[in-house]
Design a protein around this ligand. Structure first.
Ligand code: SF4
Length: 215
């Protein structure tokens, strides 16, 4: 189970999420912790604002059996307005307050691109999903179906197929399958974050926000 939690500071949470629901999120986490058979992961996107107090979020993995994963902000939609924090910068920030880190080398935890660290005395692990500084597009097997029924084959691009329109115009299962395979064959090789805006316009870079994409 993945839960988004970008900060434990109430005012900062209000600013990031535009709602006053931090306590409800924490109640949800407490409830989930009652079921040790559920692997619980906290997802945190560092935004480069000190009030976020990322070390405080990381310490959840010391105090509870949860993995805390830091996800690099991708410059998609509103994400372009933030500088974000790279994995290297973040390791520097966490290293000032957390005990000794060492890369986790055990059985893979999940099927995703997250890499983990063991931290002395912590119950859970600290993970990093660093799509920008540690590009992992070469191993990407992800596609997404948006709430509007658009099959997206890469987060950065508007590439894909409008499956909802096809279904609503009476497309058969076979036609649908053929279109999905066609879209998969055209899946972009990877992102080009950091490319010029001109290039991104030519590239048909995604203009939607992550919340609209479901990324
Ligand atoms: S190929 Fe696209 S969806 Fe996959 S990891 Fe790269 S940017 Fe993300």
């Amino acid at each position: 189970m993945n839960i988004s939690l970008d900060t434990l500071d109430e005012a900062c949470s209000r600013r990031i999420t535009r709602r006053d629901e931090l306590n409800r999120t924490l109640e949800g986490i407490s409830e989930a912790l009652k079921y040790p058979e559920i692997s619980l992961k906290i997802n945190c996107v560092p935004l480069g604002i000190p009030e976020q107090d990322l070390c405080r979020v990381a310490f959840l993995a010391r105090d509870y059996k949860v993995h805390v994963r830091f996800i690099e902000m991708m410059p998609i939609g509103m994400g372009k307005e933030f500088h974000g924090v790279s994995e290297k910068e973040l390791l520097g920030i966490l290293g000032k307050k957390l005990p000794r880190f060492s890369p986790y080398v055990g059985e893979p935890l999940g099927n995703g691109p997250c890499h983990y660290y063991d931290v002395d005395g912590f119950s859970g692990k600290i993970g990093f999903i660093s799509a920008v500084s540690h590009k992992f597009c070469g191993e990407c097997n992800r596609i997404r179906l948006t709430s509007q029924g658009f099959l997206k084959t890469c987060l950065q691009y508007a590439a894909g197929r409008d499956l909802r329109a096809m279904i609503r115009s009476g497309g058969s299962d076979e036609e649908l399958k053929a279109v999905i395979l066609e879209a998969l064959a055209e899946k972009p090789d990877g992102h080009a974050f950091g490319g010029s805006l001109e290039k991104q316009k030519e590239d048909k870079t995604e203009k939607l926000c992550m919340a609209q994409i479901g990324g």
